[in-house]
Design a protein around this ligand. Structure first.
Ligand SMILES: NC(=O)C1=CN([C@@H]2O[C@H](COP(=O)(O)OP(=O)(O)OC[C@H]3O[C@@H](n4cnc5c(N)ncnc54)[C@H](OP(=O)(O)O)[C@@H]3O)[C@@H](O)[C@H]2O)[C@@H](O)CC1
Ligand SMILES: [K+]
Length: 524
């Protein structure tokens, strides 16, 4: 588990490390500088080794430190000093007025002066091999303009390898927004914790490769008041449902998947396949009779309960199917027909099992507010509350919340938590950075996945995974976080083979089955 922090959360942690624990600020700065310098020295060594067979190795890379007056600039000046001492030819330029320098940055200037370095006040007209971007870090408070904007353009116009210190200058630390203009980095070395601006788009694009350096700022610096958002990274493996060796198909759960409509068998098939490939014991699909042949051909492992018109017999068949299941998922390719509405109504009112609501089932809730209100009401009462996962993309979320899609995107974190609390649900807001909110206010941001997954059927696969994990006994929030994480990993494997252009939803289910052995191997 890794925290993703806002600028304010990071500053609080920095501040506590310095004031509460007594770690001198200059020590942190020196460690930050060392982490960046080591990255560049290692790169230089690698380049030289690669060039050695082809003749004399060229001299060290000419480097420019572009420093602002805040502590980010102080980091940059210290990096330049360390690189120079390691043999790099380094030029320094200070942008902004010297009298505005923070105490630490003023101290770094003094150290440079003591060693006899010259710090320019204007950008030089020459080409560099490496540029250290340390104009602004997490102290950026407003759009970048004037001479600072010129400096950003200067850096971006150079054919240099750019290392951004902490965050590319011009990127908002909390939102990833470009504040007027921003440095395009090749690598960003960030300190302590990854800033949200480095993982949210477009910031993630500007940051290049992101390395998170340990400079002695640890979780203890939060003094028990932890950041709001967390994610999982490659080291996290403990989220897979425990598998009992003596288990049978009943132990691993029975999923009732209510999906598909006339002419929409694919959504049902994709989703049902994902249920089975996530480890659930059985899946029974409730779908129109016209999908029977396709389903039985494509996925003979799935059981079927079909319907045509909404009759008392159909209702009875649904009731029996619901009684059989441990988990119910409703929505993929479901349509908004009168039958679909009746089925959703019956599921919401007559069942208590864990429930996943997706796609058209969400749209039906938006259009029939009385159903939504009743669901909210039931979820607020402990006796009628069930394990619940909702999976809207921003468009569906907007319809549910009565807001425009861009309003949802701007306030995604706050709205996800608001709706998670309202529905006492694991609330998934899908997107390039999918969020999962819990009713208690936990917020998970998913960092796996890629643009190739923005493809028809991808959400149906996610619903299948969520149902499969829930059927194996995972609680809603754990299943939701694990589900989006695995879904994204499957997408990343698919994109690795086919590129982001070629990924289809079917690839996601295929990759899912290849993913588990890999995860289990790493667990051992
Ligand atoms: N000990 C620590 O805490 C450690 C901190 N560390 C490092 O410190 C960084 C944070 O440092 P920071 O807080 O000094 O802010 P920073 O990003 O350097 O810039 C703020 C300056 O820019 C100015 N300014 C802002 N926006 C502007 C604009 N648009 N246009 C023009 N000016 C603008 C603002 O001035 P003002 O708003 O007052 O005008 C202020 O002078 C952090 O990212 C990390 O690299 C590491 O060394 C580890 C230890
Ligand atoms: K920077």
């Amino acid at each position: 588990m890794e925290y993703l922090v806002t600028s304010a959360e990071m500053k609080r942690c920095d501040g506590n490390t310095i004031e509460h624990f007594g770690m001198p600020s200059m020590v942190l700065m020196e460690r930050a500088a060392l982490a960046c310098a080591e990255e560049l020295i290692a790169r230089d060594k690698k380049l030289k080794e690669a060039m050695r067979p082809f003749g004399p190795v060229p001299p060290a890379n000419r480097t420019l430190v572009a420093a602002g007056t805040g502590n980010n600039g102080g980091d940059g000046l210290a990096i330049g000093r360390l690189l120079s001492q390691a043999g790099f030819p380094v030029d320094f330029v200070l942008l902004g007025k010297e009298e505005k320098c923070s105490a630490e940055t003023a101290a770094q200037l003094k150290i440079l002066e003591n060693y006899g370095y010259r710090v320019m006040r204007k950008l030089p007209e020459r080409e560099y091999d490496i540029i250290i971007d340390s104009i602004f870090g997490i102290g950026l408070t407003r759009p970048v303009e004037g001479s600072f904007a010129e400096a950003v353009e200067y850096i971006n116009a150079q054919d240099a390898y750019v290392l951004s210190v902490d965050i590319p200058s011009g990127i908002h630390g909390d939102t990833g927004e470009v504040m007027g203009c921003a440095v395009q980095a090749d690598v960003t070395v960030t300190f302590g914790f990854r800033k949200l601006g480095l993982v949210l788009y477009p910031g993630a694009r500007y940051a290049g490769k992101v390395l998170c350096a340990d400079i002695g700022i640890t979780q203890e610096g939060f003094l028990g008041e932890y950041p709001r958002i967390f994610t999982w990274n490659k080291e996290d493996r403990g989220f897979l449902p425990v598998r009992l060796q003596e288990g049978n198909k009943g132990t691993f759960g029975k999923v009732l998947l209510i999906a598909g409509s006339r002419g929409m068998a694919g959504a049902c098939e994709l989703s049902a396949a994902a249920v089975l490939k996530s480890g659930a014991g059985m899946v029974r699909a409730v779908t129109p009779e016209s999908n029977r042949v396709i389903m039985q051909t494509a996925l003979p492992e799935a059981m079927l309960t079909t319907y045509e018109k909404w009759t008392p017999q159909a209702e009875e068949k649904l009731r029996e199917a619901c009684a059989w299941a441990n988990v119910i998922a409703v929505g993929p390719g479901f349509g908004k027909s009168p039958e679909a509405l009746r089925i959703l109504e019956a599921v919401l009112k007559q069942t208590m099992q864990p429930l996943i609501i997706d796609a058209d089932a969400l749209n039906l809730l938006s259009e029939h507010r009385e159903l939504l209100d009743e669901l909210i009401q039931r979820q607020q009462e402990p006796e009628t509350r069930r394990e619940l996962i909702l999976t809207p993309h921003p468009g569906e979320f907007g319809r549910l919340a009565g807001k425009k899609t861009d309003e949802i995107q701007k306030e995604a974190a706050a709205l996800t938590l608001e709706w998670a609390a309202r529905l006492q649900a694991a609330f998934i807001c899908k997107g390039a950075r999918t969020l999962v909110g819990s009713p208690e206010g936990r917020l998970y941001m998913n960092l796996t996945g890629n643009s190739g997954m923005a493809t028809a059927g991808s959400g149906d696969v996610l619903t299948g995974i969520l149902a499969g994990l829930s059927a194996q006994g995972m609680h809603a929030f754990d299943a939701a976080c694990a589900g989006v994480y695995l879904h994204g990993m499957a997408g990343d494997r698919a994109a690795h083979k086919k590129s982001e252009y070629g990924v289809t939803a079917g690839d996601l289910t295929l990759e899912l089955e290849a993913l588990f052995p890999e995860l289990l191997k790493k667990l051992q």
